[in-house]
Design a protein around this ligand. Structure first.
Ligand code: FE2
Length: 281
């Protein structure tokens, strides 16, 4: 297993929130079909968290996983609610969604991930869709030592809650006690990464410190061993699209013209073309 390591950059995204970005940086522009990975958090109860009031998206999916604290959200599809610890939200912006995301601390903590998943050209202007599940709905697989939460895709015959048909995303949250091991064969047709967010881990010869993303070589079996303090990481894989990516902030399309159209549509109040219904529990 050969892998490439990318320490996350710390970026500023609104008051009171620390963001570690590992995909969507100068070192790793994207990892087809993944466009961005933000690990956000706040552990100072005195911090004022500004959050992200109404803003647009077009051409991709946002996948949000809350670890601690919660996220109040509202969108142009008519969904509104409060994503709680362990909850997961899959929002296919496609032709256009405007939403607000307002993270809130609970017991002085707020932590989570946001992953942007690209859509194929044929789906970029399709209707938006939405899936949301609470922690209680997410299946958990016990390992010999440790456990795996299956958010999307399949692990050990257990199907996750989120269905991601376009790029068939696998999204696992893996927790290992000290020195425990985890292994998984990776499908050669997918791009995959691991991001360590607690403790540290060893991936063959490579030491994965906290806030490090490892791009994995597909077609091989990934073997990860937790360090002395244990490890918690996400392992994500998806089918690459192999299409041109033209990005302008919250719009990700295939051509410059489509980006100009998105900007014009947003300016003219035409970004949101359709509402969608919610699936989840
Ligand atoms: Fe957003």
């Amino acid at each position: 297993m050969i892998c490439r390591l990318f320490p996350a950059y710390e970026v500023t995204e609104g008051a009171g929130v620390t963001v570690h970005r590992s995909i969507g940086t100068p070192a790793l522009r994207n990892l087809d079909p993944f466009l961005l990975l933000d690990h956000f958090g706040s552990d100072n109860p005195d911090d004022y968290i500004a959050g992200f009031p109404d803003h647009p998206h077009r051409g991709f999916i946002t996948f949000t996983y809350m670890l601690d604290g919660h996220m109040q959200h509202r969108d142009s599809m008519g969904n509104q609610g409060d994503l709680k610890p362990g909850g997961v939200q899959w929002m296919k912006a496609a032709s256009g969604v405007i939403h607000s995301e307002m993270p809130r601390q609970a017991n002085g903590l707020m932590r989570g991930f946001q992953l942007w998943i690209n859509l194929p050209a044929s789906e970029k202007m399709s209707d938006p869709a939405y899936q949301e599940f609470s922690a209680a709905a997410i299946p958990e697989v016990a390992l010999e030592a440790g456990r795996v939460r299956v958010l999307a895709g399949e692990f050990n015959g257990v199907r996750g809650v989120i269905e991601d048909p376009a790029t068939d995303v696998l999204y696992l949250d893996v927790a290992l006690p000290a020195h425990a091991s985890f292994s998984l064969p990776l499908d050669a047709s997918r791009h995959a990464f691991v991001y360590v967010f607690e403790g540290s881990a060893q991936l063959e010869k490579d030491e994965l410190a906290r806030h490090t993303l490892a791009v994995l070589e597909a077609g091989d079996t990934v073997e990860i061993r937790a360090g002395a303090e244990g490890a918690r990481f996400i392992l994500v894989a998806g089918r690459p699209l192999g299409e041109p990516v033209v990005q302008h902030g919250p719009f990700v399309m295939n051509t410059r013209e489509e980006i100009e159209q998105a900007i014009a549509d947003y300016r003219d109040g035409k970004l949101v073309q359709t509402r969608a219904t919610m699936h989840g529990s």
